[in-house]
Design a binder for this molecule. Structure first.
Ligand SMILES: Nc1ncnc2c1ncn2[C@@H]1O[C@H](COP(=O)(O)OP(=O)(O)OP(=O)(O)O)[C@@H](O)[C@H]1O
Ligand SMILES: [Mg+2]
Length: 241
């Protein structure tokens, strides 16, 4: 049961750190499902490896201490109407960009849920979405190669979810050379979000300037205008525990 007690992302928001909660806590079920894999966090499609990470418990916090001062302030804006977008990047892989983006998803979902309760409203089911561009591209290549209509529909759903989510992470943007068709989907997602000023956290291994080669000038200008650019210094920490 210890595990069940500590794996709810709401614990950082409660004075008692959910110490007396059980697996049957209604809030835990609302966020993680009874099986710990569904609920509102499940709806974000955040990969299993990146669940349960919050800004407070992020393993990246110490190494990226200066950035995390900003990120704590950033998360404070989540219940307001004017949330900025961020572009997290580093030359080196494994510096904690996706981990941090995952923490933002947890923070967003928790704050969205608690904010609704506080206002006496029913918390929405879909408040944030995590899109892994590399994974989407692999799925897309496979679906086109095998002419798999069902897989294409699932890809369409992911695209739609990313467009509509009040908050979204677009992970690994612009990293792999893609076909024109795939790029146009990514373009459509980002275009929809930026033209409606919807908060988005991008991660990338390229400086933001290089996005001008990936997207149209107009879209690049919008991304540039809307995003706070945050650099993750250092080398890969992958495998460090
Ligand atoms: N600063 C850090 N301290 C401890 N562990 C870290 C740190 N940065 C990353 N890690 C660990 O390394 C692994 C990879 O991190 P993550 O996926 O967030 O990196 P990334 O910057 O997104 O890499 P990539 O550029 O390859 O996408 C994770 O298991 C994460 O916990
Ligand atoms: Mg990553």
């Amino acid at each position: 049961m210890t595990e069940d007690k500590t794996d709810c992302i709401l614990r950082d928001f409660r004075r008692d750190k959910c110490e007396h909660c059980t697996k049957l806590c209604p809030h835990r079920i609302a966020l993680h499902g009874l099986d710990g894999k569904s609920g509102r966090i499940g709806n974000t499609d955040l990969p299993a490896d990146y669940r349960g990470i919050t800004l407070a418990n992020s393993p990246v916090r110490t190494d990226q201490a200066e950035n995390y001062v900003l990120f704590d302030k950033y998360a404070q804006t989540f219940n307001r109407g004017d949330v900025k977008s961020l572009y997290l990047w580093s030359e080196s892989p494994g510096t904690g960009k996706t981990t941090t983006a995952a923490a933002f998803i947890s923070e967003w979902v928790a704050r969205d849920y608690l904010g609704a309760l506080k206002a006496g409203e029913q918390p929405r089911q879909f408040s944030a979405y995590f899109l892994d561009i590399n994974e989407l591209q692999t799925q897309y290549n496979l679906a086109t190669m095998t002419d798999d209509n069902d897989a294409m529909k699932r890809i369409g759903t992911k695209i739609k979810r990313t467009q509509d989510a009040p908050f979204a992470v677009v992970d690994d943007v612009g990293t792999r050379s893609s076909t024109e068709a795939f790029t146009s989907y990514v373009h459509a997602i980002i275009n929809h979000r930026t033209s409606n000023a919807m908060p988005t956290v991008f991660t990338s291994n390229l400086p933001i300037e290089e996005m001008s080669d990936v997207f149209t000038q107009r879209l690049y200008d919008r991304i540039r205008d809307q995003c706070g650019v945050i650099h993750f210094a250092g080398t890969s920490k992958r495998g460090r525990r």
